[in-house]
Design a protein. Structure first.
Length: 320
C-alpha cells in the first residue's frame, strides 16, 4: 500500500533567546498509509501542531524530508487534493450554512449548488441550511466544517481535535462521518486527545512526546498485553500463594482469591487447579489493554529519560 504521508528525519528547530537551539520536532520518521485513519497523539506541547504545519506547507522544516501524496511538502499543487479542519475554525457567523459553502467553494471555482446541497445532506445539515452559523451548536459547527473540508473532494484530510468538547450524540455523528470518509477511500489524519474515540476508529497511531515519535504502529499490535482477572471462593491462603509467578498479582481475603495475570498465561491450568481443590469460580474477566494505558506508559517512560524539553508553545513564544 502506498504512503499518503511519509517523513524522514523531519526536524523543526527554533532558536530561543533563553534556551538556544531547540528541536521542537526531532528527526521525525512517520508513515501514514493511503486509505487509513491515522491517530497522531501526544501531550500538549509535544510537537503535533508543528508537525501538521510542516506537512501542510505552512512552515518549512529545518531539515529532513517529507512527502504528502507523493509530493514534497511545500508543493502547492498538493493543496488541491488535501484538506484541513483546525481545532478552532473561524467562520463568518452571519452566513448561513449554504452561504458558507458557496463562499469557500468559490475559492476553488466551484459554483455547483447541487454539490453544496449534497454536502449539507452528507453531514445532516440540510434542514439547517438557512440558519446562520451563530445559531449552530458546537456539534453543528464541526459538521459544517467537515462539509467545507470536503468541497475539493480531498484524498487526504487533516482533522485537529474533531470531537473536542462535543456531547455524546455529536461525538457519534462526527465519528460516523470520519468512518464514512475511510469507506470512500480517503486518508484521515487525526490529532486528538480523545483517546477513547481514537481507539474506536483509528487503524494505526503514533505517539509523539517532546518532538520524538515514541510509539508507532497498528493499534491491535500496540495494545497487545492485556490482563485476565480470575475471582474464586473457597481458596486457602496456601493455594492462592501457589499461583504466584512473574507478573501475576494475587490478593486473598476471607477465602476469596483474586488473581490478575497476563492474557498469555495458562489460564486453564489455574482454573483446573482451583476446581481440583473444590474452589468455586466466581468470574473470569479478560481486560483488554486500552490506548489510554499505552499513552500514559509511553509518555511517562519518555519523561523519565533525561532532562525534559520545554513545551513547543513556550519555545515559539520565547523565539519571537
Amino acid at each position: 500500500m502506498a504512503a499518503a504521508i511519509e517523513t524522514q528525519k523531519l526536524t523543526k528547530t527554533y532558536r530561543s533567546r533563553s534556551l538556544g537551539k531547540v528541536n521542537v520536532v526531532d528527526e521525525l520518521d512517520l508513515v501514514v498509509e493511503e486509505g487509513e485513519i491515522f491517530g497522531f497523539l501526544g501531550p500538549n506541547g509535544a510537537g503535533k501542531t508543528t508537525t501538521i504545519k510542516m506537512l501542510l506547507g505552512i512552515i518549512a522544516p529545518t531539515s529532513g524530508e517529507g512527502y504528502v501524496l507523493g509530493r514534497e511538502i511545500g508543493d502547492m499543487d498538493v493543496h488541491r487534493v488535501i484538506s484541513y479542519l483546525p481545532e478552532r475554525p473561524y467562520y463568518y457567523e452571519y452566513m448561513t450554512g449554504m452561504e458558507l459553502l458557496k463562499f469557500y467553494g468559490s475559492l476553488f471555482g466551484i459554483r455547483d449548488t447541487s454539490k453544496f446541497q449534497g454536502l449539507l445532506e452528507k453531514v445532516n445539515l440540510a434542514g439547517d441550511a438557512t440558519k446562520t452559523i451563530s445559531q449552530y451548536s458546537k456539534g453543528m459547527q464541526q459538521r459544517i466544517g467537515l462539509a467545507q473540508s470536503l468541497l475539493n473532494d480531498p484524498k487526504l484530510l487533516f482533522l485537529d481535535e474533531p470531537t473536542g468538547g462535543l456531547d455524546p450524540i455529536a461525538h457519534t455523528e462526527i465519528r460516523d462521518l470520519i468512518l464514512q470518509f475511510r469507506n470512500e477511500g480517503r486518508t484521515v489524519f487525526i490529532s486528538s486527545h480523545e483517546l477513547s474515540e481514537v481507539e474506536r476508529i483509528c487503524d494505526r497511531v503514533a505517539i509523539i512526546n517532546k518532538g520524538v515519535i515514541e510509539q508507532q504502529g497498528k493499534l491491535d499490535d500496540l495494545l497487545r498485553g492485556g490482563r485476565i482477572e480470575i475471582i474464586a471462593d473457597g481458596v486457602s491462603k496456601e493455594l492462592a500463594e501457589s499461583f504466584k509467578g512473574e507478573d501475576v498479582i494475587i490478593s486473598h481475603h476471607n477465602d476469596r482469591a483474586i488473581v490478575d495475570m497476563p492474557e498469555n498465561s495458562d489460564v486453564n491450568a489455574l482454573l483446573d487447579a482451583l476446581r481440583s481443590k473444590k474452589a468455586s469460580i466466581v468470574s473470569v474477566v479478560p481486560r483488554r489493554r486500552r490506548l489510554e494505558d499505552l499513552f500514559v506508559e509511553t509518555v511517562g517512560r519518555a519523561d523519565s529519560r533525561g532532562k525534559a524539553k520545554p513545551a513547543v508553545a513556550a519555545v515559539e513564544e520565547d523565539a519571537k
